[in-house]
Design a protein around this ligand. Structure first.
Ligand SMILES: [Zn+2]
Length: 286
């Protein structure tokens, strides 16, 4: 799933490439992807793209006249910028991975696509981004939060730090992949309970959050949007690296189930060398 660094890079790419161009047409190929009906997609025709922003993991394409095309890419969504489209005929709804197409006045534009059969990509055309329910409940941005804000937010929710860090209402932008990386960098167990973290541990976690996200934004911005793939992230130390050596200490990266997915961690770096019990597995065995 695209997280803060990838969405930031997509917004950066659109700022360079799309801002200043006028929208020719907004086409909705997957009817279920568009969650709003007023304003209608035709409202953006002839208006200029004035900015591209990020709210947590939401991308916000700002269009002249206070219009916002807000997109949540979900697990398998992506944005593909096209220098040109093969045909001028409108997309036929219902077929293929393209959910939304935005054609610009220079013949270029972008497709919002979603791989797989689970269609969760959500697009909203609104006059205020806060009208999008997921945006309205976002906590402070994980990369922008200063230490006092970060500490206050983490302490506001008692729970396993992995779950609290990925709760978008606590802090926005961090998902499964970067939370694994942040906790590894901070040398914290993903199962540590937030209200038992010391001030020093929270300060380390804050620094790790900025470092990991900041580095990932840098790396993502360095790539062209066409090559920016969520599943081709580089520089990850533990996430999606089960069975491989930890680049810090050489121990084997381990995995346990967490929520509806799994998390990866290094026992030597994060849990005093003790592997975490896979609760789901032990429940099954018992
Ligand atoms: Zn390690």
């Amino acid at each position: 799933m695209p997280e803060l660094p990838e969405v930031e890079a997509l917004a950066g790419y659109l700022r360079q490439r799309a801002v200043g161009r006028r929208v020719d047409r907004l086409e909705i190929a997957a009817i279920s992807a568009l969650k709003t009906y007023d304003p209608a997609p035709a409202a953006v025709a002839g208006r200029a793209v004035v900015d591209a922003r990020r709210h947590g993991k939401f991308l916000d394409v700002v269009i002249e006249g206070d219009l916002h095309l807000v997109v949540h890419l979900a697990r398998a969504g992506w944005l593909h910028y096209r220098e040109a489209f093969p045909a001028t005929t409108p997309l036929r709804p219902g077929k293929g991975p393209i959910a939304v197409r935005v054609r610009l006045d220079d013949g270029s534009g972008f497709d919002l696509t979603e791989a797989g059969t689970q269609k969760k990509l959500a697009a909203y055309l609104v006059t205020d981004p806060a009208a999008v329910p997921g945006v309205a409940k976002l906590g402070p941005d994980a990369l922008a939060a200063d230490l006092p804000t970060f500490v206050e937010r983490l302490r506001s929710r008692r729970g396993q730090v992995k779950g609290v860090l990925t709760d978008q209402s606590v802090l926005s932008g961090v998902g499964n992949a970067y939370s694994d990386e942040i906790l590894h960098a901070a040398k914290l167990s993903p199962f540590a309970i937030t209200d038992r973290l010391t001030d020093a541990q929270l300060a380390t976690l804050h620094a790790a959050t900025r470092q990991v996200l900041g580095d990932a934004v840098e790396r993502s911005l360095g790539q062209r949007a066409a090559e920016l793939k969520g599943e081709k992230r580089s520089g990850l130390k533990v996430h999606a690296r089960t069975g491989l050596p930890c680049p810090v200490c050489g121990d084997t990266v381990r995995e346990v189930s967490f929520a509806d997915s799994s998390l990866q961690y290094c026992a030597t770096c994060q849990t005093g060398g003790k592997p975490l019990a896979d609760r789901r597995l032990s429940r099954l065995v018992r």
